[in-house]
Design a protein around this ligand. Structure first.
Ligand code: SF4
Ligand code: SF4
Length: 193
């Protein structure tokens, strides 16, 4: 086989460079005319699937502090404490007995697997729809659900909801939902598979 001359190599390099630029331009142009995937959040609302797993929603009045959720958690990020045994009152469906001293989740460790929701005997821990728990300190990433439940909240009020509720209508309604302690997803929203 004949050896490649310096001139041939020179023009070959130019050909390869022009070809790779054209291939790149073709891909770029294709995306210029395709449907936009990103949205102007939070001005535009994101539609989540019914089974989306976001920041938890917790019904403290139904929790019997049985530790089943904490045992199921693969990263040990659920912390529970009670003053005495709790059980469900069959008439009201609410937990009675000792006080729920602590129910906290560390979102520095949580991987949103949803395994904690599976074994709960009273169906009081749910995966919610909020995905944004930005904060100014690591401490704030540990959500004290038993504490916020005293304010009627089932999930923490996100900073973005507090800041944008006055200017963005959907954020205002989401903030109102959280303030009223309404669950984002109910069983009726999720179709059986
Ligand atoms: S979603 Fe998964 S990682 Fe997060 S608290 Fe539940 S079990 Fe633990
Ligand atoms: S499994 Fe349910 S009832 Fe038991 S501690 Fe966890 S959230 Fe409470």
């Amino acid at each position: 086989m004949a050896a490649t001359s310096p001139a041939q190599l020179y023009f070959r390099n130019i050909y390869d460079a022009v070809k790779s630029i054209l291939i790149g331009m073709r891909i770029t142009l294709k995306y210029c005319f395709s449907k936009t995937i990103t949205i102007q959040y939070p001005h535009e609302r994101i539609a989540f699937a019914p089974r989306y797993r976001g920041i938890h929603e917790f019904e403290a009045d139904k929790c019997i502090a049985c530790d089943q959720c904490a045992k199921a958690c693969p990263v040990d990020c659920i912390y529970i404490d009670k003053s005495a045994p709790r059980k469900v009152d069959k008439e009201t469906g609410k937990a009675i007995g000792g006080e729920l001293l602590r129910y906290a989740i560390d979102y520095q460790k949580c991987m949103f697997c949803g395994l904690c929701t599976e074994p709960c005997p009273t169906d009081c821990i749910h995966m919610g729809k909020n995905h944004d728990l930005s904060s100014y300190s690591r401490d704030e990433m540990v959500v004290e659900f038993a504490e916020i439940s005293k304010q009627g909240l089932k999930t923490p009020m996100p900073l973005w909801a507090q800041r944008n509720a006055g200017t963005i209508p959907w954020v205002a309604s989401e903030k109102e939902r959280i303030e009223k302690g309404k669950l984002a997803t109910t069983d009726a929203d999720i179709t059986a598979v």
